[in-house]
Design a protein around this ligand. Structure first.
Ligand code: GLN
Length: 246
């Protein structure tokens, strides 16, 4: 009997603005349909992070909630670092992506120290980037889709992005030429993106990629579950993915 996969949602009451909590539900569902028991552990900001998680999730949030979250996480930094060292995965979305870096902008553009898990820096943009996003990652054949809503712009400082932006702003926004624009990052056991949607509901291949980082190769989803892939296809088509050779 395989041990229960523990999916930890970090501060759902602060970092759940755009439904990113759905990422946990998708992971648990796609594990269970393969016979892998999974539980979701919701950890509010006034509780310590569990030490035994397999996948830790950080979602998006407004500036004040993001700051409250990072302040609460400072005391759990050892837990998160230790979890990553023992092979747990961290998936971070938008505010979550900014939180794990060196710093990000506060409500009035002031610099807030991040957790420093990755050497990236986020700065305020001149406006918010709001809209649909299409990202081509070398990890997957088809582009990923999602939507974004953020003011921060993130400099990866040499780390590898999750993928190239085909439509939308991603890490850099309009200040970066579209052919050089990237989204998210992949660094060791950390995968991050600006994509909401929730990202894993929109992109089942990304959910399966995260799961397989923990449990190894996954069997195909059973019959009847292809609906998720059909939805993803519909989203890609709606974003004109065909125009980009996919
Ligand atoms: N508050 C951050 C920003 O505006 C993150 C927003 C979000 O998570 N969607 O850049």
């Amino acid at each position: 009997m395989m041990s229960t996969l523990q999916i930890v949602v970090i501060h759902p009451e602060l970092l759940g603005t755009y439904g990113d909590i759905g990422n946990a539900r998708v992971l648990a569902h796609r594990a269970r349909v393969r016979g892998i028991p999974a539980e979701i552990i919701f950890t509010p900001h006034n509780q310590p992070l569990p030490t035994t998680g397999d996948i830790y999730l950080l979602g998006g949030g407004e500036d004040r909630a993001q700051i409250a979250s990072v302040e609460a996480l400072r005391s759990s930094l050892g837990v998160l670092g230790g979890a990553l060292d023992r092979g747990a995965q961290l998936f971070a979305v938008c505010a979550g992506l900014q939180i794990i870096g060196e710093s990000f902008p506060g409500v009035s553009g002031e610099i807030i120290a991040g957790l420093g898990l990755v050497p990236i820096v986020s700065l305020p943009g001149s406006d918010r980037i709001v809209g649909e996003v299409l990202v081509k990652s070398d990890l997957f054949t088809e582009p990923l889709t999602g939507f974004e809503n953020h003011r921060g712009r993130t400099d990866l400082g040499g780390l590898s992005p999750l993928g190239r932006v085909l439509v939308g702003g991603g890490n850099g926004g309009e200040a970066i030429a579209i052919n050089e624009r990237v989204d998210g990052l992949v660094a060791g056991n950390i995968l991050a993106t600006y994509l909401h949607g929730p990202a894993l509901a929109r992109n089942p291949v990304l959910a399966d990629h995260l799961l397989s980082r923990v449990v190894g190769a996954l069997p195909k989803v059973p019959e009847g579950e292809e609906i998720a892939e059909l939805l993803a296809l519909e989203r890609r088509r709606a974003l004109g993915a065909a125009n980009f050779g996919k």
